[in-house]
Design a protein around this ligand. Structure first.
Ligand code: NDP
Length: 284
């Protein structure tokens, strides 16, 4: 009888990467599904990214996640990327196809849309206000536009990034987008259906930080979402909940993107609840 002592490999390239929690989430899903896969958390410096990408093939890996600072620079090293990743301009997941080609996808924004859908919230026809215009904001706003959002307003401290992102959405999706400078104490327009904090404000250790908006302009009809996943319940979400808004934390988005990656690599439906529960345990 021949035995298999070799595990299928996936993982993440980043720098810094030591505190990236994705591995424990993916490994919990592999174990639950009885799959002989390992997730490697690998520190890769920008100078070594080319060698690391070549190692994906050399080690016969199934795929890899990319985190800071590699999400953009990896693109020219791949054989192809999805249309959404092209519009976003960043890749967070690589899948090794049957023909050994490296295909890039971006599941950050898809995870956001999925997390809302799992709560029974559709993006179709919705008006969104997004705080921030960095990598997370790009992925979230493009995927919401592709999922049918009607209007997306982007506010950012650095105005150029907000207007540039609005242009990307207007040129590549059916949604209407506008980008503005974020003025302190900004009043959220009454018409807003979904308000998103897509900045890093509030992320541990900045647990007393919250986006500078007029919280009394949040009303009960709004859904308020934070991409920050640690702490799970940020001050931003607590303030929104006090005003009666429905709140959605960043943990669901993180688990949903992890679940999408799991299925892209293994072809197996992901045990989302197991993955979310594992993350929750990590963040206690
Ligand atoms: P970036 O560095 O690309 O962007 C940061 C954004 O936050 C920019 O728009 C920046 O504005 C804004 N910002 C930061 N500090 C302030 C401040 N004090 N006042 C006003 N604006 C500020 O980071 P990412 O977009 O990659 O990540 C943002 C957050 O999203 C992180 O906390 C990350 O952990 C989280 N994230 C969560 C995911 C999930 O699955 N839940 C997935 C991916 C990211 P400016 O342009 O002016 O600098």
């Amino acid at each position: 009888m021949s035995k298999n002592y070799r595990a299928e490999l996936v993982g993440v390239f980043g720098d810094p990467v030591d505190d990236n929690p994705t591995g424990v989430m993916e490994e919990s899903a592999f174990e639950y599904c009885g799959l002989n896969y390992r997730y490697l958390t690998l520190r890769v410096t920008p100078d070594d990214l080319g060698d690391a990408v070549r190692a994906i093939r050399a080690f016969h890996m199934k795929g890899i996640n990319l985190t800071m600072p590699h999400k953009i620079n990896v693109i020219p090293k791949l054989d192809g990327i999805s249309e959404a990743a092209q519009i976003i301009g960043a890749v967070n997941t690589v899948v090794v196809k049957e023909d050994n080609s490296l295909y890039g996808e971006n599941t950050d924004g898809k995870g956001f849309v999925q997390a809302l859908n799992n709560r029974g919230i559709s993006l179709a026809g919705k008006k969104l206000l997004i705080l921030g215009a960095g990598g997370a904001a790009r992925a979230v706003s493009v995927e919401c536009a592709l999922a049918g959002a009607e209007k997306i307003t982007i506010l950012n401290r650095t105005e150029d990034k907000a207007t540039e992102l609005a242009g990307v959405i207007n040129n590549n999706t059916p949604a209407k987008a506008e980008g503005y400078h974020w003025t302190p104490g900004y009043r959220i327009p009454e018409e807003t259906d979904i308000l998103v904090n897509a900045t890093s404000i509030g992320f541990s250790p900045d647990i007393n930080g919250k986006p500078d908006i007029d919280y009394d302009s949040i009303h009960a009809g709004m859904t308020v979402v934070d991409v920050v996943f640690y702490p799970c319940e940020t001050l931003f979400l607590k303030e929104a909940a006090k005003r009666g808004a429905e709140t959605v934390n960043g943990l669901g988005m993180l688990a949903c993107q992890g679940a999408l990656n799991f299925t892209l690599w293994t072809g197996v439906p992901a045990p989302l609840e197991v993955m979310e529960e594992q993350l929750r345990k990590e963040f206690i």
